[in-house]
Design a protein around this ligand. Structure first.
Ligand code: FAD
Ligand code: SF4
Length: 467
């Protein structure tokens, strides 16, 4: 039997911002690790974008060598406590696990988290290093003269910066916000990914020698050209996809209509849920409609629920087509989010003061599959109805952050505003590399990390060839 992830009880957790999923007790982790078949060709490793030696770290857990298990993971993954919590393992390593044929893959995510949380329970703040590495060894490697700039401190930027630092480069990481972490701090809520966890992993990256410089907007404070003039030999651009998309319907400019980004940034980064202890308020009514069916929509819905509101999730396809992680979908249902599927908003109705009074919707049915392979939603004639809500949060997707491509001459972009890169993650500008959501559009933490890792190798090669 696969060991299940333990959770706070639904009705209790729906009222607090504490983490929903709990770490496995040691006994259960060892039992789960004992199920691993230690397959020779280990398909799970190929399913992991940063190629963690999964059977090796699982074996170390089974042998009660938790710290060494973490060191083994850190050989490849700089952010294990984050990945153990938010990676869509069911589509990656666990999908590739041979036991998945019997629908009982190893709970790799929970085991990764178990190993990573070793550090949380240590009195010393000294982070665990990759297996076989000491700080003295890292200090010796730190002898390269070249400086590399990394722009954006989300998972792509953090990974690239850490790997370059481990190779011995002097790395400066520029972030426009006051805290490093990207979506990990401003988007994913505390109840899924506590900020303390992100803070610990950012500290680990700092401890590798990466200089993190916050409150600096590249493209404004400094341009790419100025970074080169300042002596950086290469630049990695990882500015993500932080531009909200809207529905384009009437009423989207009314009061109490939020983009998911604004809502989550206020609640997470600015801690609006602790207002007035923290200065940022959030003006929402009592009946909230969240539009969308992805991870972002679920995060908004569950955050609004925790602020004590009635929450409806409005999605134009059926539950089967929702792109969110299955676990989050189940969590939301258990907590009391109301699902209004096959429903498309057509207009937001104003009250006399310019705030949301209601949401007009139309019923949908599923037609033929579209380009994404999912069945296309088609409006049902004369099925309009009014949803009684006073707040609308639009969570239908994010576009690539436009500033840097806009102000950087000759930086080539693709049709939808993503930055063009070649197979080595080099952009149209020599020495400027890019990866993560800014090149792919909104994707996942681990795919952004995979890009950061590969780009670090390409940057190393590029600098070595220039010497
Ligand atoms: P980001 O994480 O977006 O980081 C980009 C950073 O660059 C930001 O900190 C930004 O402030 C900074 N920046 C932007 N412009 C500049 C500039 N000009 N100068 C300096 N800094 C700049 N994925 C999962 O795998 N699992 C999940 O459960 C999950 N949940 C999600 C929930 C939400 C609410 C959101 C929004 C996304 C979620 N994702 C999830 C997707 C995942 O978080 C992203 O794919 C990932 O963070 C992309 O990483 P990145 O490094 O490319 O960019
Ligand atoms: Fe273990 Fe599954 Fe990987 Fe085989 S595929 S080594 S069972 S985690």
């Amino acid at each position: 039997m696969r060991t299940k992830t333990l959770k706070q009880a639904p009705l209790e957790r729906a009222k607090n911002f504490f983490e929903v999923a709990l770490s496995l007790p040691e006994e259960q982790a060892i039992k789960e690790a004992g199920r691993c078949l230690q397959c020779k060709n280990s398909p799970c490793i190929k399913g992991c974008p940063v190629e963690i030696d999964i059977p090796a770290f699982i074996k170390l857990i089974k042998e009660k060598r938790r710290k060494e298990a973490l060191g083994k993971i850190k050989e490849k993954n700089n952010l294990p406590a984050i990945c153990g919590r938010v990676c869509p393992q069911e589509d990656q390593c666990e999908a590739a696990c041979v036991l998945n044929k019997k629908k009982i893959p190893i709970n790799i995510g929970a085991l990764e988290r178990f190993a990573a949380d070793y550090e949380l329970n240590q009195p010393s703040a000294i982070p665990c290093l990759p297996a076989g590495r000491s700080f003295q060894q890292l200090a010796k490697i730190l002898k390269k003269q070249e400086k590399v700039a990394v722009v954006g401190s989300g998972p792509a930027g953090l990974t690239c910066a850490a790997d370059l630092a481990k190779m011995g480069y002097r790395v400066e990481l520029f972030e426009s916000l006051h805290l490093a972490g990207g979506v990990l701090v401003y988007g994913i809520p505390e109840f899924r990914l506590p900020k303390k966890i992100v803070g610990n992993e950012v500290e680990y990256i700092r401890s590798l020698g990466v200089k993190i410089r916050t409150d600096i907007l590249i493209g404004n404070t400094y341009t790419i050209e100025e970074l080169f003039k300042d002596g950086f030999q290469a630049i990695f651009v990882a500015v993500g996809a932080g531009l909200p998309q809207f529905l384009g319907i009437a009423g989207e400019n009314l009061g109490r209509v939020y983009s998911a980004n604004e809502f989550l940034t206020r609640v997470n980064l600015m801690k609006a849920y602790k207002f007035p202890e923290y200065a940022t308020p959030i003006n929402i009514g009592n009946k909230v409609a969240v539009i969308g069916g992805g991870n972002v929509a679920f995060d908004c819905a569950r955050a609004a629920l925790r602020l004590g509101k009635d929450v409806s999730l409005v999605y134009r396809r059926s539950e089967k087509e929702m792109p969110a992680r299955i676990e989050e979908l189940e969590n939301a249902k258990e907590e009391g989010v109301i699902f209004r599927i096959l429903t498309q908003p057509v207009r937001i109705i104003p009250d006399q003061e310019g705030f949301v009074k209601a949401l007009e919707c139309i019923k949908m049915e599923l037609g033929e599959p579209d380009q994404s392979g999912r069945r296309r939603p088609v409006p049902v004639k004369d099925s309009n109805f009014i949803l009684d809500v006073d707040t609308v949060i639009v969570a239908i997707g994010q576009n690539p952050s436009p500033l840097l491509p806009k102000v950087t001459p000759n930086l080539k972009t693709n049709k939808y505003g993503t930055i063009w890169v070649d197979d080595n993650f080099m952009t149209s500008l020599p020495g400027v590399f890019a990866g993560g959501d800014i090149t792919t559009g909104a994707d996942t933490v681990i795919s952004a990390m995979g890009a950061g890792k590969k780009a670090a190798r390409s940057i190393n090669k590029y600098i070595e060839e220039k010497r």
